[in-house]
Design a protein around this ligand. Structure first.
Ligand code: SF4
Length: 378
């Protein structure tokens, strides 16, 4: 790998005001320039000697050029995300935690350059991202990014629909594999079978934003300790119009609601909002990389329905069932709740949620009036 004359010139221009990035450090002192590149140190260099020393530190120089000249945007979510993609140090509180974790530990420039030749893989919800060099044989520091569904990690590119325009992500994310509209973009129902290859950093960030809106910005805010979380009660109390009722939802119903909607099997955002500040909900908030900072519109709309339903009085019903029929009712509810109704084959009468089993139960136990007939008089 050789250092381009432009890169050296740009670095030498910056040297007098100081350079510090990923183990490359240049300080101007009364005795000349001090240079550090990883473990190597060169004190008291004149400009010519500094140039020569930098030429022998090509990986640090091209790395500096990529981040400072190509990516830029110091302090932005875009830059932090691209650095996360290749496991570069992020210099924030979360990074210190990552440094202790073997899987996510930041990589120093030489290890990172080795890894970028093969490609560094990261997962963001159901997205698989690979950061790699444009030119693997003679890398000049320029990176590109490939993006596909985690389920396609082992697929041949020839079997996938390949895109290069980030806006295509919006279309891909609109419907699930069965063609149903996806109202919640972070539901784990993203269809597979597509790929974006050779994206620039900006295009990668745009594509991820179309798949999972605001996730990069909120992840970045959280890493900086600046995620402004709106808990359930404050969110519910500021609703107006038809949603005004949701603050009447009992606390235990909010528990059931988060268990129904916000766990990882239903939504890949990691719920950070609680019932209210200091009053945590028991339901698992998930453990994905990007946080959820407030109840979303889908949850608000569902909460309205539950607030209305929860205002009804409880009554007693009496329904005679065999033990198997009772088990079958549970299986039916489970099958609907886990979204596996479409998977149950018509011939599989061993499954309690089989269509014929359900129709048989209805014919036998529900009668013409349905379950209303089982009401016990007050
Ligand atoms: S409120 Fe729940 S369902 Fe909605 S985005 Fe947040 S975690 Fe997901």
């Amino acid at each position: 790998m050789t250092v381009a004359a432009d890169d050296l010139e740009a670095l030498l221009d910056r040297a007098s005001s100081g350079v510090a990035l990923d183990g490359l450090r240049i300080d101007e002192t009364d005795d000349g320039y001090n240079l550090e590149a990883g473990e190597n140190r060169w004190p008291g260099l004149d400009e010519a000697a500094l140039g020569r020393a930098l030429e022998s530190s090509d990986e640090y120089v091209t790395n500096w050029r990529y981040w400072q000249e190509t990516v830029g945007g110091e302090g932005t979510a875009r830059r932090a995300f691209l650095r996360w993609c290749e496991r570069a140090p992020l210099a924030d509180a979360e990074d210190q935690a990552d440094a202790k974790a073997t899987v996510d530990a930041p990589l120093a420039v030489p290890e990172r350059y080795d890894a970028l030749r093969d490609g560094i893989d990261r997962e963001w919800g159901q997205l698989s991202i690979t950061a790699r060099f444009v030119d693997i044989d003679d890398p000049d520091g320029e990176r590109v990014y490939d993006l596909w569904h985690v389920d396609d990690a082992d697929s041949d590119l020839a079997d996938l629909e390949v895109y290069d325009e980030p806006r295509a992500a919006r279309e891909i994310a609109t419907h699930d594999d069965d063609g149903r509209y996806r109202p919640l973009k972070t539901a784990p129902t993203l269809p597979a079978g597509w790929a974006f290859t050779g994206l620039s950093g900006d295009d990668l960030v745009d594509a991820v934003g179309f798949f999972y809106p605001a996730t990069i910005a909120n992840w970045h805010r959280e890493r900086q300790g600046a995620l402004d979380v709106d808990h359930w009660l404050e969110t519910a109390e500021r609703q107006t119009g038809i949603y005004d009722v949701i603050d009447e939802l009992p606390r235990e119903a909010v528990e059931w609601m988060t268990e129904a909607c916000c766990v990882d099997s239903q939504c890949l955002r990691r719920r950070e909002w609680e019932y209210e500040d200091g009053d945590e909900l028991d339901a698992d908030g998930g453990d994905g990389p990007f946080p959820c900072r407030e109840p979303c519109s889908l949850v608000i709309a569902a909460a309205r329905k539950w607030a209305i339903l929860e205002s009804e009085e409880e009554r007693t019903y009496e329904l005679e069932l065999t033990t198997s029929e009772l088990n079958q009712l549970e299986e039916l509810v489970d099958a609907v709740a886990e979204g596996r109704v479409d998977e149950i084959r018509e011939a599989d009468v061993n499954d309690g949620a089989n269509r014929y089993r359900a129709r048989y139960l209805r014919a036998k136990r529900f009668g013409e009036e349905g379950l209303e007939a089982t009401k016990v008089d007050d």
